[in-house]
Design a binder for this molecule. Structure first.
Ligand SMILES: [Zn+2]
Length: 130
């Protein structure tokens, strides 16, 4: 049996067959795949990938401060809904679980994505209260 590392996005597939392709530069086929790959990039600390998949209109200058100041541990991802809202636009609803300062938290968000020149980008999101 081949040794494989399960992808952190919890797709059930190995990282090699899942988000790794998008991390290496292949365009993610849809917003949900990009969303998963961005979650995995957070887990793995791939800040360049996070910035490259962030739409230029909303992209922060840097993620270094955020990553450095928070002892945050990602625990899991659930994509609740993926809906195309136009030919080049989509919304992904997801719940990400993480631990901050030893306390388990949930991030429930509607994220907006756009596709430009064959690549999906994260635009912004709204938090959903539980
Ligand atoms: Zn994945």
């Amino acid at each position: 049996m081949k040794h494989t590392v399960p992808c952190p996005c919890e797709s059930g597939d190995a990282y090699e067959q899942c988000c790794k392709r998008w991390h290496l530069g292949e365009p993610a086929p849809d917003a949900a795949a990009l969303m998963r790959s961005r979650y995995t990039a957070y887990v793995l600390g791939l800040t360049d990938y996070l910035l490259h998949t962030w739409h230029p209109s909303t992209r922060p200058a840097s993620l270094q401060d955020e990553a450095g100041s928070q002892p945050l541990k990602w625990l899991g991802l659930k994509v609740v809904q993926h809906e195309a809202t136009g030919s080049n636009q989509a919304i992904v609803e997801f719940i990400a679980r993480y631990k901050l300062n030893g306390k388990a938290e949930r991030l429930h968000e509607h994220s907006r994505f756009v596709c430009e020149h064959g690549r999906w980008y994260y635009v912004d999101g709204d938090f959903i209260g539980d």
